[in-house]
Design a protein around this ligand. Structure first.
Ligand SMILES: O=C(O)CCC(=O)C(=O)O
Ligand SMILES: [Fe+2]
Length: 377
């Protein structure tokens, strides 16, 4: 990582400490911090049919936005049907992930290693990053089993063509993506472009619903997503060496992806049929995420949690593949324009919930959080 050995900035320290404190409080056995919220509403991950959100009627769109508001103030997770992304597109990207992880020779992957990137783009072998810093700092955890390939926004992937103003996480003007040679994996970029474009359109649509859900004008965020950050990953979780019944209370020493929260505004997650995602409930129980064919799981991430002064919940989750099957997933982490400064939404500040977070530039926050995941970061 280019940032190795540099002194940590205050944002990085804040990000690291906040992430760790939050995780510690949620992961500690018998933690009492969460009892209050569980008394208010049962923890649910609702299924939302968002077809009506594409209606020309504002009332229809507001009705879906109200359901989003409910989910985001409760578990911070929901899953969607009626999203309009075809089965062909979903299958194509999952098949591409399989081809990437299984057919690209090791030395070609090494050439794309994320350690060559300032922005964590490219190939990530299983134990290179730890989303829960304590997993390596305490030195007790087994390596995460996931393998990944990461890329981000570039104008050529944006169906709108972008506005020519893209700024990277650190403000740089060149996007930091790296790709396999076309000859090594024919059709790789085209398949990514097809899928990414559709998901980016869906993300912009969802963020307009998020605006309505926060009682803001529907177009409130439009100017902030003209060249938005959008890191996406292909992820591979090998089959378990010790397949178990799907009971999250059973042992979890084969962690695919450690306990963490996401960093951006929200995540749109596509998974293959093998289950594995688990969400931490306020009672400190790992709840298996609903794995329903054809759906996407959406979850609020830390930047939006921060922006809404904690009103929208960014909830801890992890992945454990307890099955005999390979698992693939494709998360898309939607951010606003990385060069956008953001202050807490005034409507989320009240005498009972005074402003908790200073203003921050979107890319700076995400980059510091990413750096905190690398062992040498
Ligand atoms: O692979 C999954 O199901 C979830 C991935 C995830 O949580 C992440 O990449 O942040
Ligand atoms: Fe995540």
């Amino acid at each position: 990582m280019a940032a190795a050995a540099v002194e940590r900035s205050s944002t990085q320290t804040e990000a690291r400490q906040a992430a760790q404190a939050y995780l510690d409080s949620r992961l500690a056995n018998g933690a009492s911090t969460t009892t209050k919220s569980s008394q208010i509403r049962p923890f649910t991950v609702p299924e939302l049919d968002i077809s009506r959100s594409f209606s020309t009627s504002l009332e229809d769109r507001k009705a879906i936005a109200a359901q989003i508001h409910d989910a985001c103030t409760n578990s911070g997770f929901f899953h969607i049907i009626g999203h309009g992304i075809s089965e062909t597109s979903r299958t194509a990207i999952l098949d591409l992930a399989k081809r990437f992880f299984h057919t690209l020779p090791r030395e070609k992957k090494e050439a794309l290693h994320v350690r060559h990137s300032n922005y964590f783009r490219g190939w990530e072998p299983a134990d290179y990053t730890y989303v829960n810093p304590a997993d390596w700092e305490g030195g007790q955890a087994a390596p995460e089993t996931k393998e990944g390939f990461n890329w981000g926004y570039e104008a050529g992937l944006d169906p709108s063509g972008g506005d020519g103003m893209y700024a990277e996480l650190d403000g740089g003007k060149e996007n930091g993506n790296v790709w396999p040679e076309e000859g090594d994996l024919p059709g790789f970029y085209d398949t990514i472009k097809q899928y990414y474009g559709q998901i980016l359109d869906l993300a912009r649509h969802l963020f307009r619903l998020f605006a309505l859900s926060l009682d803001l004008p529907e177009g409130h965020f439009d100017e902030m997503m003209t060249h938005p950050g959008g890191i996406a990953r292909l992820l591979y979780y090998p089959p378990s060496k010790d397949p178990q019944p799907l009971d999250p209370k059973r042992k979890d020493d084969e962690i695919g992806l450690g306990a963490h929260t996401d960093y951006e505004c929200f995540t749109i997650l596509l998974c293959s049929s093998a289950p594995g995602l688990e969400i931490l409930s306020p009672e400190d129980v790992w709840v298996p995420a609903p794995a329903v064919e054809g759906e996407f799981i959406i979850n609020v991430a830390d930047f939006l949690m921060r922006w809404t002064n904690g009103v929208y919940k960014s909830t801890v989750h992890r992945v454990v593949n307890r099955t005999r099957d390979e698992r693939y997933s494709v998360p898309f982490f939607f951010s606003i324009n990385y060069d956008q400064m953001v202050e807490t939404l005034p409507s989320c500040i009240t005498p009972e919930n005074p402003m908790r977070y200073p203003p921050i530039r979107a890319g700076e926050y995400v980059l510091e959080r990413l750096r905190a995941t690398a062992k040498d970061g």
